[in-house]
Every structure is written in structure tokens, then in C-alpha cells.
Design a protein around this ligand. Structure first.
Ligand code: NAP
Length: 311
């Protein structure tokens, strides 16, 4: 957590992309007084204007190139596929000694796309805060988003140790716990814990709504029986998730193969009325949920802590 020793640890942070994650970084950095000033740019002038109005940024710019001038920390908070092109755009204005980082949900592809544009003296350290919601845009951000969540740093082998240390301290001051791993390992872990679950959610929501014998009305009316929790995940931003799957193909396909095998085993257990197999599978899965609650990554309150009267 942040303390007086982290006050103004950066002179100027530049946020390239000011959506859920960019704006949450700003709120948490302001809470910890981690920077003297925060600048930002986005794709549209509307987002920049909203971010200024909400006090998320002190200065707004139309381009990343202008926003990063004089920044000692530059954070790319844009969809995964945009990190490479933006790194190319800002390459010649990044200050020597500046730290360049990102928040993308995929790491190997971003490292491959960004690293070639990083000049000598600029320190590139990729990162992924494993925290989010299904909301997007500058109004969706809040200071507590990263509290007690993990932020994974994936520095390349030749990364500057002091820059890795400083970025790690920054994420801890934003409220996160920090873990360091290779980009490839990150992508494998996140494929099963985040990417494939999102794909399953998108798929099941569409399967249910396409069923001809179940009207849309029934899908909504009886959604509290399980479907509703998938719809929350499936409400996530389509651009962000398109880029995740385009950029983490191998790991996602590997995990989907395993998922399909396990699903086939369950299908078989149902077909042959193998109650013991079903009971064991469900019991094992239930233990995982308990582990997540014990690790403080979820509430034990019934129904995800929703109020009793929420339908
Ligand atoms: P978001 O709310 O949709 O915000 C995306 C931001 O990027 C917006 O400000 C958008 O500008 C800007 N942007 C899009 N295309 C751009 C371009 N071509 N040039 C400049 N700016 C551009 O998305 P987010 O949820 O913050 O996600 C941002 C990154 O965080 C993604 O890489 C994602 O993988 C990662 N991430 C997301 C989550 C999550 O749960 N959402 C969690 C962890 C990490 P406009 O508003 O003007 O379009």
C-alpha cells in the first residue's frame, strides 16, 4: 500500500487510453499522491473531455505523441492490438530514463509488438493488473479496483532491474500485490483463468438466446438460475476481447482442447448415469471456489454479495 515515501514517485504519468483501467489507475494514483501530474490521450475527443471533466487527467491531448512528452511513466491502457502501433508512434518522444508499460490482458504478443520500438535508455516493462469489471470508459473507473488484486509484471530478460523494482512499487502503491513471471507463462495461466471463461460465457449466452424453443423473455425471466452470471461476463467489451483472442491463440487453443476433453467426460457421465463421477467432479470444483474465497479474491456472501431482493 502507498505511504508518504511514495508521494510523487513520478513527475508525470501519461495514460494512453483512459477507459476502465486507465481511469482507475488515475484514481488510485491520486489517492496515493503518486504523481505530480497526470496527462492522457484517447481515440476520441469525447473521452479526453470526459476524463478532464472528471479530474482523471490534468492535461488532455489528441494524440499519444503529445501526451507522453516529459512523462517519466507512460502506461498504454488501450486494446491489446493497439499497443504496438502506439509504441511506434511515441518512440521518438519518450524521455531517456522513462518507464514504458502497459496493462494488456495478453503479454507475449505485446512484448513482441512493443519491444522493437523502445529506444536505448527507455525502460519497457510489460504488466497486467488482474482486476476488472465488465464496464468500459472513463466513467467506469474507481480507486479501489486494484486493492488486494494481483498485478503481473512480465519483464524481458534484459529489463532494467531498477525500473522493474520501481514499477512493482508503483503497483503496490496502487493497492495490488505484484508477481513476476515470463510473458509466455502469463498467457498460459490467463488463458485458463480468464480468456477461456470469457469465451465460454460469450458462447453460452449466444447459445441460449439462439434457442428457438426458449423465448428471449424466458431467458431473462429465469436468468437467476445461473445464466445471469454468464451474462455479466459476456457484457465485457467486444474490442478488448477480440484482441485478446487474436493475440493469445496458442494458449487459448491448448486450454480449449483440454476443456473440450473434460466436457466430453462429463457428457459421458451423464449419458451413462455415472453419479459418482458427476459428484466427484462437482465436489472438486466446489473446493476451488472455497480456495478463492480463502485467498481473499472473492466474497463468501451468498449470490456474490448481491442484495437479497435483487432478482
Ligand atoms: P476501455 O474502457 O474500453 O478503454 C479503452 C481506452 O483505449 C479508451 O480510452 C479508448 O479511447 C482507448 N483507445 C482505443 N483504441 C485506441 C486507439 N486506437 N488509440 C488511442 N486510444 C485508443 O478498456 P479497458 O477495460 O480500460 O481496457 C484497456 C486495456 O486493459 C486492454 O488492453 C485490456 O486488455 C486491459 N485490461 C482490461 C481489464 C478489464 O477487465 N476491462 C482488466 C485488465 C486489463 P476512446 O474511449 O476514445 O475510444
Amino acid at each position: 500500500m502507498s505511504g508518504p515515501q511514495h508521494e510523487n514517485m513520478f513527475e508525470k504519468i501519461a495514460l494512453i487510453g483512459i477507459g476502465l483501467i486507465g481511469s482507475s489507475i488515475s484514481h488510485a494514483a491520486r489517492r496515493g499522491k503518486l504523481a505530480k501530474s497526470i496527462a492522457g490521450s484517447a481515440r476520441t475527443p469525447e473521452t479526453v473531455a470526459t476524463a478532464k471533466r472528471l479530474g482523471i487527467i490534468d492535461e488532455g491531448f489528441a494524440t499519444a505523441h503529445e501526451a507522453v512528452r516529459g512523462a517519466d511513466l507512460v502506461i498504454l491502457c488501450v486494446p491489446v492490438g493497439m499497443c504496438g502501433p502506439i509504441a511506434a508512434e511515441i518512440a521518438d518522444v519518450l524521455e531517456p530514463g522513462a518507464i514504458l508499460t502497459d496493462v494488456g490482458s495478453v503479454k507475449a504478443a505485446i512484448c513482441k509488438d512493443v519491444a522493437p520500438h523502445v529506444r536505448n535508455g527507455v525502460h519497457f516493462v510489460a504488466a497486467h493488473p488482474v482486476a476488472g469489471t465488465e464496464q468500459s470508459g472513463p466513467e467506469a473507473g474507481f480507486a479501489e479496483l486494484f486493492d488486494n488484486r494481483w498485478c503481473i509484471l512480465t519483464p524481458l530478460p534484459d529489463a532494467d532491474a531498477a525500473a522493474v523494482e520501481k514499477l512493482s512499487t508503483f503497483w503496490q502503491a496502487l493497492g495490488s500485490n505484484v508477481e513476476i513471471m515470463t510473458p509466455e507463462h502469463h498467457d498460459l495461466v490467463l488463458a485458463i483463468t480468464s480468456h477461456v471463461p470469457h469465451l465460454i460465457a460469450y458462447n453460452i449466452v449466444n447459445t441460449a438466446t439462439h434457442l428457438e424453443r426458449v423465448t428471449d423473455k424466458e431467458v431473462i425471466k429465469f436468468s437467476a438460475s445461473g445464466f445471469r452470471d454468464f451474462t455479466r461476463i459476456a457484457a465485457s467489451d467486444p474490442t478488448m476481447w477480440r484482441d485478446v483472442f487474436l493475440n493469445n491463440k496458442d494458449a487459448v487453443l491448448e486450454m480449449l482442447g483440454r476443456f473440450a476433453e473434460d466436457l466430453a467426460a462429463l457428457q459421458r457421465a451423464i449419458r451413462f448415469s455415472d453419479g459418482d463421477a458427476l459428484f466427484k467432479t462437482f465436489s472438486d470444483a466446489r473446493q476451488v471456489r472455497r480456495g478463492i474465497i480463502q485467498a481473499g479474491q472473492e466474497t463468501a456472501a451468498p449470490n456474490f454479495g448481491r442484495p437479497k431482493d435483487s432478482k
